[in-house]
Design a protein around this ligand. Structure first.
Ligand code: 13P
Length: 230
C-alpha cells in the first residue's frame, strides 16, 4: 500500500478543481488505486465534499479552532462538514512565505490529533550541502513536540531545495534520510520534491509514498504517475 498525494498549492479555480476531481476519478476507476491511499490537496478555496471513491480530498491547512473570529482562516467546522480527514501541516511554503512557526505547527498538530485527523507533516532541510549532523539537528528541531507514535501521522520529507527545482534528491540521499528519520522514531515516511513520472516509481520502492506538486497539477498527469507506481 502506497500513499500518493497531490499538492495543488494555490493553483486551479473551483470549477477547474471539480473538473480535475472528476477526471481523476474516471481515470482511476480502471486501476488498482483503491488498494492505495490517494489524496488530493486542492487550493483551500476549492475544497469540496470528500465524496469520491478512488481518492480522498485533503486540506492544505487548518486553523486550530472549530470556528471563530480568525479572518481568512478555515477551521474544523468547515473541514468536518465536507467529510475531510486528511490535513497537510508545516509545508515549507507556509513556514517560509506565511511565517508559520514551530509553535503554530505544534498547535495545529495537537488540534488535529485531538480531532482524529490523518496528518501529513512536512519537514525538510533548506540546503543540499548539510552534513549528517546538521540534517539530524534540522529534523530534530522540526519534530519537536510532535508525537511520532500518533498512528495517523505521515511524515512528508520534502527537502526545500528539491521543491519546484526539478532537482530531485538521489535515491541514495533519500534512503539515508529515511534511515535517519526511522532512527528518530518516524514510522511512515513519504518523499516530496520534484517527483515526476520518471522517478516516482523508484522513489516509492524505498519510501512509503510521494507528495507531488507541479507534476500533479493536471489530473491526467497525476493519474499516469499513480498508474506507474501501482
Ligand atoms: P514539486 O513537486 O513541484 O517539487 O512540489 C513539491 C511539493 O511542494 C509538494 O508539497
Amino acid at each position: 500500500m502506497k500513499i500518493i498525494a497531490a499538492n495543488l498549492k494555490s493553483y486551479h479555480t473551483p470549477s477547474s478543481t471539480q473538473k480535475y476531481f472528476h477526471t481523476l476519478e474516471s481515470k482511476l476507476a480502471s486501476t488498482k488505486a483503491i488498494q492505495h491511499e490517494i489524496i488530493v490537496f486542492p487550493n483551500m478555496a476549492c475544497l469540496s465534499s470528500n465524496s469520491f471513491c478512488y481518492f480522498q480530498i485533503g486540506a492544505q491547512n487548518i486553523y486550530p479552532a472549530i470556528n471563530g473570529a480568525f479572518t481568512g482562516e478555515v477551521g474544523l467546522e468547515v473541514i468536518d462538514s465536507l467529510g475531510i480527514n486528511y490535513i497537510l501541516l508545516g509545508h515549507s511554503e507556509r513556514r517560509k512565505i506565511l511565517g508559520e512557526s514551530l509553535s503554530n505547527i505544534k498547535d495545529k498538530f495537537r488540534f488535529c490529533v485531538k480531532n482524529n485527523k490523518k496528518i501529513l507533516l512536512c519537514i525538510g532541510e533548506d540546503s543540499i550541502c548539510m552534513s549528517d549532523s546538521e540534517l539530524y539537528f534540522c529534523f530534530e528541531n522540526q519534530l519537536q513536540g510532535i508525537d511520532l507514535n500518533y498512528s495517523m501521522l505521515y511524515i512528508a520529507y520534502e527537502p526545500v531545495w528539491a521543491i519546484g527545482s526539478k532537482q530531485t534528491a538521489t535515491l541514495e540521499y533519500i534512503n539515508k534520510v529515511k534511515h535517519m528519520l526511522r532512527n528518530m522514531g518516524v514510522k511512515i515516511c513519504i518523499y516530496g520534491g520534484s517527483v515526476a513520472l520518471t522517478n516516482a516509481k523508484e522513489i516509492c520502492e524505498i519510501m512509503d509514498g510521494v507528495l507531488i506538486g507541479s507534476a500533479s497539477l493536471e489530473a491526467n498527469n497525476f493519474a499516469s504517475i499513480i498508474e506507474e507506481i501501482i
